[in-house]
Design a protein around this ligand. Structure first.
Ligand SMILES: [Zn+2]
Ligand SMILES: [Zn+2]
Length: 352
């Protein structure tokens, strides 16, 4: 097994070779065809999440080094453990990575995302910056039909995260406005999926003119330059006639969170998705006075993954832009993502 691994946090990944893992029990060995490079890979690479006010979440409490990143993985079944059933060698699947322990009470009732001992692929267990990976059970293998392999992988995180966040706002009406902040991989996925999930008109905020243009071409009704937060808020009020009914912050920085929250009208509902970090002040009086809701949304469930892929396989979701690079170019992919240079998704391929 060839892989690109974190040996030390914040230092360049290094190529490593290991013997091919042997699938045990219900495990399935997958030969990897493609793996998307996600923004959260940057945080794992750095080794912490910025919680604000000088506080950090140290990731060594939940994973160990060396570590293989990559949770947007598509591959071909190469071998089955003795108890793995329902898939055949040679079939290709997306690996649903957001896997729980399978044994606790929330996992048993199907809420694996709420599991406190998750076994996620590429964030806790070794992932897809490799040519082989182990999927713990065939139930996590999701078919992707005729969708191009390098695009299909992006649905495991960017597509699913967008879908799940949008579903939390499926109650919005046709004449409502939904503000999407950040038109990177996940935000742009949301623009593409939005019309399948919410009826509201879409306004996309991004500081990058090119990303705003892509969002507009992808179906956004309006776009907003939020490089000046006060001007952006005023413009948003003007466009929406008093505020958005819903907002999704795909960045998760203090300025974007503030725009998402302060840009809501009465009864507005903000969904917080991005993991940029730090903290923001919150006017507590405005919560009851304006009857606002803030909800966190992390990736999505296996059920939502199946719902999303049904839409995708039916051709109802336009593809996001993506660029394929060789697996061994993983470092430059992370650097470009960090520098904000990526439009859509970079996808690593062990074959190119
Ligand atoms: Zn991700
Ligand atoms: Zn569990």
């Amino acid at each position: 097994m060839h892989c690109q691994q974190i040996i030390h946090f914040s230092e360049p990944l290094e190529a490593r070779d290991y013997p091919t893992p042997e699938p045990k029990g219900t495990e399935v060995l997958m030969k990897i065809d493609a793996c998307g490079v996600c923004h959260s890979d940057l945080h794992i690479w750095e080794g912490y999440f910025d919680l604000g006010n000088g506080q950090k979440m140290d990731l060594l409490t939940r994973m160990s080094l060396p570590f293989t990143l990559g949770h947007e993985v598509v591959g071909e079944v190469a071998a089955l453990g003795p108890d793995a059933e329902g898939v055949e060698v040679g079939e290709k699947y997306i690996i649903f990575p957001w896997i729980g322990c399978g044994e606790c009470s929330v996992c048993k009732r199907g809420d694996e995302l709420l599991c406190t001992s998750p076994k996620t692929v590429g964030t806790r267990y070794n992932g897809g910056y490799a040519d082989e990976v182990i999927a713990p059970h065939p139930r996590y293998l999701v078919p992707y039909g005729n969708v191009p392999t390098e695009l299909a992988c992006t649905y495991a995180c960017s597509g699913l995260t967008a879908y799940s966040a949008l579903k939390k706002l499926s109650h919005l009406h046709e004449d409502d406005w939904l503000l999407l902040i950040g038109a990177g991989g996940v935000g742009l996925s949301a623009v593409h999926i939005a019309s399948q999930v919410v009826k509201a008109k879409i306004i996309v905020a991004d500081i990058d003119a090119e990303k705003r243009a892509i969002a507009r071409q992808s179906g956004a009704h309006e776009t907003l330059d939020n490089s000046d937060p006060a001007a952006a808020l005023a413009k948003l009020q003007e466009i929406t006639g008093g505020g958005a009914a819903g907002s999704i912050d795909f960045v998760g920085a203090p300025v974007t969170g503030s725009l998402g929250f302060n840009g809501l009208r009465r009864g507005g509902h903000m969904v917080s998705v991005g993991l940029f970090g730090d903290s923001m002040p919150l006017s507590l009086a405005m919560m009851p006075l304006a009857m606002r809701t803030i909800q966190g949304s992390y990736v999505g469930s296996l059920e939502e993954m199946h719902e999303l892929m049904e839409l995708v396989r039916a051709g109802k979701v336009a593809p996001i832009p993506y660029e394929v690079r060789p697996l061994d170019a993983a470092n430059s992919a992370l650097e470009d993502l960090k520098a904000g240079k990526v439009k859509g998704r970079i996808v690593l391929s062990p074959h190119s």
